[in-house]
Design a protein around this ligand. Structure first.
Ligand code: ADP
Ligand code: MG
Length: 322
């Protein structure tokens, strides 16, 4: 069983950033309003996530660490959510099989629970006094699978991947207050007041009306809205473009191109805007048969959606330049 979890870990959690992603997504799914992420040494020393979400019932804590134990799949509506948010019930057991995990969790009623699992073995499992929410601390990543450690990149690379994941999660969830501390330094703090423009300002440092415009557009299948930088404020990389489907970060080559197309000749070759775009659609239009760790997602009627996006941006930028 531990071996199976370790094999799954090879797929689910390749690196510290994937652990951060899985744990923060769990906090988001648990209806948290505040999520604090505390990382030491790019996650190689520790990753701690504290949320004020629903918590886990005492009787369900061990189950949460069993493979394929998820409280989340049910309807077809959930399929996209599950597919994009990670594997079903694999994150916690995978992480606990290759590291040392301590969790304190409480639903806010009766007693909370404290559990410590190391290399898949339960070392401690007791009641604990706790406020509502979940506090999970992961240490000694890959201590029992040393070959995996070798695949990790430099601490700077691992940190930039963690930062990137947290940025996208914050952009997709402006109503959640998120803080990210690394080695005692604050990297990100969002207010959690639902204001996407403020989250963009916190991450990219652009905020004023001369730098960014809002846009929206809709047709029978799609609703798009977001903020995009004016042509004067561009970057040399596509990675400042964030595409969210129903508030979840995805990658899609064609839609990225549609955003660039919205700028027409105003954007120099090789330059990209800072853009955050949220697309609302029926999950049935999303191809869920893509590998869950790959964020590349295919969408039905992609050409139609691309047109909608390009014309929304074109209109917003044109109006601003008058
Ligand atoms: P999944 O998220 O796919 O269900 P996980 O292994 O990530 O699988 O988590 C297993 C279960 O543990 C979740 O379904 C959820 O019920 C519970 N859980 C995990 N993290 C949290 C959290 N921060 N707050 C509340 N419940 C959590
Ligand atoms: Mg999960």
């Amino acid at each position: 069983e531990v071996l199976a979890d370790q094999i799954a870990a090879g797929e689910v959690i390749e690196r510290p950033a994937s652990i951060v992603k899985e744990l923060v997504e769990n906090s988001i799914d648990a209806n948290s309003h505040q999520i604090d992420i505390i990382v030491e040494n790019s996650g190689l020393d520790s990753i701690r996530i504290i949320d004020d979400g629903d918590g886990i019932e005492p009787d369900d804590v061990l189950t949460a660490f069993k493979r394929h134990a998820t409280s989340k799949i049910s309807s077809r509506q959930d399929l996209f959510k599950v597919a994009s948010l990670g594997f079903r019930g694999e994150a916690l057991p995978s992480i606990a099989s290759v590291s040392d995990v301590e969790m304190i969790t409480s639903t806010g009623e009766d007693q909370g629970t404290e559990i410590n699992i190391r290399g898949g073995a339960v070392i401690k499992h007791t009641v604990a006094a706790a406020r509502q929410g979940t506090d999970i601390l992961m240490k000694d990543l890959f201590f029992n699978t040393p070959a995996r450690l070798k695949y990790l990149k430099s601490p700077q690379t691992e940190l930039s991947q963690i930062t990137d994941i947290i940025d996208r999660l914050a952009l997709g969830n402006p109503a959640i207050a998120i803080t990210f501390m690394h080695n005692g330094h604050e990297i990100l703090r969002t207010a959690g007041n639902g204001n996407l423009q403020q989250v963009i300002a916190a991450i990219y440092g652009i905020s004023n009306a001369r730098q960014m415009v809002s846009f929206e557009n809709e047709d029978a299948d799609f609703k798009v809205n977001g903020y995009t930088a004016l042509p004067a404020v561009t970057r040399a990389s596509r990675q400042y473009i964030t595409i969210l489907i129903n508030h979840r970060y995805i990658r899609n080559f064609q839609l990225t191109r549609s955003i660039v197309q919205g700028y027409g000749s105003k954007l120099m070759v090789g330059r990209y805007p800072i853009s955050v775009i949220n697309i609302e659609l029926d999950p049935i239009l999303v191809d869920v048969n893509v590998h869950p760790t790959k964020r590349e997602v295919r969408i039905s009627k992609e050409d139609q959606l691309g047109q909608l996006i390009a014309s929304a941006l074109q209109a917003a930028i044109k109006q601003e330049n008058l």
